[in-house]
Design a protein around this ligand. Sequence first.
Ligand code: NAP
Ligand code: ZN
Length: 365
Amino acid sequence: MRELTFFMPTRVVFGQDVVKKAGDGLALGRKALIVTGQTSARKSGALDDVLSVLTGDYVLFDRVENNPTGENCLEGAELAKKENCDYIIAIGGGSPLDAAKVMAVLAVNDKKPLELYGGWENQPLPIVAIPTTAGTGSEVTPYAVLTLHEEETKKGLGGPDLFPRVAYLDPKYTASLPRQVTIDTAVDALSHLVEGYLSNRATPASDFVALQGIAVWGATIPALRAGQFTMEDRENLLLASMLGGITIAQTGTTFVHALGYPLTYFHDYPHGRANGVFMASYLEYTNEHAPERVETVLELLDVPSLEAFRELMNELFADFVGKLHVGEERIRAYAEKAAQTRNVTYSRGTPTVDQLTKILKDNIL
Ligand code: NAP
Ligand code: ZN
């Protein structure tokens, strides 16, 4: 008998001016900790919209770093405690959204960030999530990814109570994204959809979401190629990103994300681009295990072949992805670390260290 669970408790409100339309209903408590990065909440117009409807009290923490650390989150959590905040409004890309989740836990649990990988007791503060990138889908996932200097990598933590309570998605907040950040984050969304669909944890319910998302993403390929985006493209990308989040909330990610982390940690690749480097190899690898699924992905994207998919990725990252100057020993170490992650076991066929080393060499050396 088939076994299946599907859990997605976040209330999603998607459309034009949804924050303004929510009005005072945006508030989930008495006093909000508003969590943002340094500029995006203002540039996108989302912070102004929130402040225009919020009648209750709030305090602003606008110092979330890209790829946040536990210490960064601890700072925000201390502020939440000091100011007696009883809920969080997170505005920004995956970095502020993830950081807000960790703050929500730390504000009510007397723990160090690293200890959260072993779980927590008290229910985190409720979160309102407002994405300003179209990529991570963090507004509908139970995960937060932290940079761990102790382990020289990035690592996800999660729990069913980390899903934001409500997510407000307005494509206009992504209009201020520069061209390349739009592309990098869009590829992250594709990565979630495709990794989820090709994962060995895929279910008929997650497939339903992933397939819809891949088709919506496919419609944006001409815009991604041209580097110019209408509001309809922005809408499609944000929708695809949200569907990608719902997908990985069920399936998790695969070796693509595990191999991407060292590129971000050691070589400053933005998260989506770090995944994009390995996407073509992921399709080629999975073609050995589930060719009918790979064919479906290509069909939905309207990309004629695996070679054409590789060309598309190369084209989107033409200005950036050069070869890295790292020795073979270092490559092997990246592969060994990736092989220890859970993500790798979610890939069909569970690739070996040798296979991962080859995929790294093929794409970054
Ligand atoms: P990000 O790190 O949140 O933001 C990247 C850059 O874009 C920042 O400089 C940010 O500025 C800027 N930016 C964001 N929105 C903007 C806008 N509307 N206009 C202009 N600039 C804008 O990037 P991201 O790719 O969204 O998130 C990446 C993080 O999410 C990584 O840590 C990744 O591991 C994590 N992630 C989480 C999940 C999950 O399920 N939780 C899934 C995938 C990835 P500011 O610095 O001012 O904000
Ligand atoms: Zn991702």
